[in-house]
Write a protein that binds this ligand. Structure first.
Ligand SMILES: N[C@@H](CCC(=O)N[C@@H](CS)C(=O)NCC(=O)O)C(=O)O
Length: 219
């Protein structure tokens, strides 16, 4: 049985954004069943886990054939096995990979620069100085992406793993209005979130933290 590692607990702001969610969503799109391997901080540090994921992070993935880590690589590995995530022709395969890397290397760093300021360094003086430049660059990148998506449903002529990765990156901004104020991006994310596979994956991901959320609400 396929297995993905997940974190037993994450802070509220991270729920819905943990990188294992990408893999869950890909498996749901592909119709492939999986099991969770729930990790405590001690499990993350164990030598046996570090041998599979040297940084002690999630997700790590095993399917009986391969053992691997890195969410983007795992999603592409799953996409290789499913028409639902990647067309079979060379151009379609190449462009699915292209958009997966674009999400991870052209958009995610700009998003991460801003979310790090928001969640980890909200009050630091250096962060106040860094914020205008980071936000201006992110806005520029998102504008360029919106330009490509204008008049399209998906990044290509159908949904692919590239959209899956791009949408998970854009969703990291849901505490701010960078995406929601750009109609073409807002509609793109909502279109992806309306996919049944997305709903199943998010429900399974959030179920992990349901008890913690109840306890926090009662505090
Ligand atoms: N580049 C890695 C990043 C994985 C990552 O950042 N995982 C985070 C959760 S989103 C994690 O495991 N954090 C816990 C830790 O670093 O101890 C990937 O995409 O798989």
């Amino acid at each position: 049985m396929r297995k993905i590692s997940v974190l037993k607990w994450v802070p509220p702001f991270a729920r819905g954004s943990v990188k294992e969610f990408r893999v869950r969503w890909a498996l749901e799109e592909a119709g492939l069943p999986y099991e969770e391997e729930v990790l405590t901080p001690e499990d993350q540090d164990a030598a046996s886990y570090r041998a599979r994921q040297p940084f002690g992070q999630v997700p790590a993935y095993e399917d009986g054939e391969v053992s691997m880590f890195e969410s983007g690589a795992i999603v592409l590995h799953i996409a290789e096995k499913s028409d639902a995530l990647m067309p079979r022709d060379e151009q379609g395969r190449a462009r699915t990979m292209q958009w997966t890397f674009a999400a991870l290397t052209s958009i995610q760093p700009a998003v991460a620069d801003v979310t790090a300021l928001d969640f980890f360094y909200p009050q630091e003086e250096w962060a106040k100085l860094r914020r205008p430049g980071a936000e201006e660059f992110l806005t520029r990148r998102l504008g360029q992406l919106a330009g490509h998506l204008q008049g399209r449903e998906w990044l290509e002529d159908r949904f692919t793993a590239g959209d899956l990765m791009m949408v998970t990156v854009l969703r990291d901004l849901r505490h701010r209005d960078f995406v929601s104020k750009v109609p073409v991006l807002d509609a793109y994310v909502k279109r992806a979130e309306a996919r049944p596979a997305f709903g199943r994956a998010l429900a399974a991901h959030m179920a992990l933290y349901a008890d913690a959320a109840k306890a926090e609400a009662a505090e």
